[in-house]
Design a protein around this ligand. Structure first.
Ligand code: NAP
Length: 343
């Protein structure tokens, strides 16, 4: 069996989670190298998971390591682009956590580097596409079971966020998952976005408008309403309902025992995003490894998908600032990315 050698750049929260799943749950991958701005964190992870991995001083040295087939980029957002471009230029496969780059131009630089290599090398960590509920919802839409989708009503709610979370984070850290998932879900591109701020919750700090409602329209006219409410207090909650011409399809609730007790009907709501999508992260990474071995290219969300999310996110940020309806337009999709449909 082929075993892909992973080099991990950034051994923080999600880096550690992915190291754990590659080492202890999934098959076909081995962590052979790590690096972090804090070498002591990298060392701690190597010890924690008893890895036979080289601790590199930086990403340049890790990319040059011949044992590394795949870069797992789980560093901070602003560091992704430079690492991914260097990795692609060295011909390495890359699994990069979102965002691929912090600007649309940055994503285009990666797109161009990848096309120059003549081969798809990059997959981005948009794990919603691997969540069994989202996969079932997409099947219903693709089968035409509810006819043409007309509207989507969705919510992205967190119990609470800290002071470092700003209005921008609501788009680039939170809504970014819906931006990626919904154009994939309905096979359509985005046309415009507008943002409305309802009455602000007393739990939001001064620099944050919370909740926010994003209305995104697609080329075919589907209107998508998403509330981002990150101090909702009660838990981590993801909703999505697609209203079609022939019926309505709803994302299943995360499974939890329903209890009848003391004249109450109750079911548990998760508190942490890590738990809500833990299975999706497993499927995503297993699928990434399997498709490289079977087809020579990752088949999941790619650099072009990231360009789409970055352009749309920029429009959402502008809509937040202006209160106006902002038009969204993309460059023509290169043929290179049309050959295979992501996931
Ligand atoms: P984190 O805990 O801060 O870990 C990132 C680590 O990488 C930090 O120790 C950081 O050091 C280090 N680092 C930054 N740039 C580096 C570089 N060039 N070389 C080596 N190490 C570097 O962050 P996290 O929460 O794991 O998030 C990492 C990424 O995953 C982010 O892009 C985040 O948006 C994404 N993420 C995705 C999901 C998802 O649902 N798909 C969930 C969580 C996180 P410094 O602190 O000094 O920068």
């Amino acid at each position: 069996m082929t075993v892909l050698g992973f080099g991990v750049i950034g051994t923080g929260a999600i880096g550690t989670e992915h190291i754990n799943r590659i080492t202890n749950k999934l098959s076909g991958g081995e962590i052979v190298a790590v690096t972090d701005f804090f070498p002591e964190i990298a060392k701690k992870v190597v010890e924690q998971f008893k890895l036979d991995a080289v601790i590199h001083p930086d990403d340049t040295s890790l990319i040059a390591d011949e044992k590394v087939d795949v870069l797992l980029v789980t560093s901070s957002e602003a560091a992704h682009e430079a690492t991914v471009v260097a990795g692609v230029e060295a011909g390495k496969y890359v699994f990069c956590e979102k965002p691929l780059a912090i600007s649309a131009q940055g994503c285009m630089r990666i797109v161009n580097a990848e096309m120059k290599q003549g081969k798809k090398l990059v997959q981005v960590g948009f794990m919603r596409r691997y969540d069994s509920g989202f996969v079932q919802l997409k099947q219903v839409i693709d089968n035409n079971d509810i006819g043409n989708p007309l509207m989507i009503r969705a919510s992205h709610r967190n119990a609470e966020v800290d002071e470092s979370y700003t209005n921008d984070t609501a788009v680039v850290g939170t809504l970014i998952h819906e931006i990626d998932a919904f154009h994939w879900l309905v096979n359509d591109d985005y046309k415009s976005v507008q943002v409305v701020y309802p009455r602000k919750t007393k739990y939001a700090h001064n620099n944050l408008q919370d909740p926010q409602i994003f209305t995104i329209e697609t080329i075919s006219g589907i209107v998508i309403n998403i509330d981002v409410f990150v101090n909702c207090q009660y838990g981590y909650d993801i909703h999505c309902e697609v209203i079609g011409e022939e019926g309505i399809a709803k994302l299943p609730e995360y499974p939890s025992v329903v209890m009848r007790k003391e004249a109450k009907l109750t079911t548990r709501i998760l508190k942490d995003w890590k738990h809500r999508f833990k299975d999706a992260y497993d499927v995503e990474l297993q699928n990434f490894m399997d498709s490289i071995v079977k087809t020579g290219e990752p088949q999941g969300p790619n650099s072009w998908d990231s360009y789409i999310t970055a352009v749309t996110a920029d429009a959402c940020l502008k809509a937040q600032r202006t209160g106006e309806k902002v038009q969204i337009s993309f460059q023509a999709k290169p043929k290179f990315y049309n050959e295979k449909i992501a996931q």
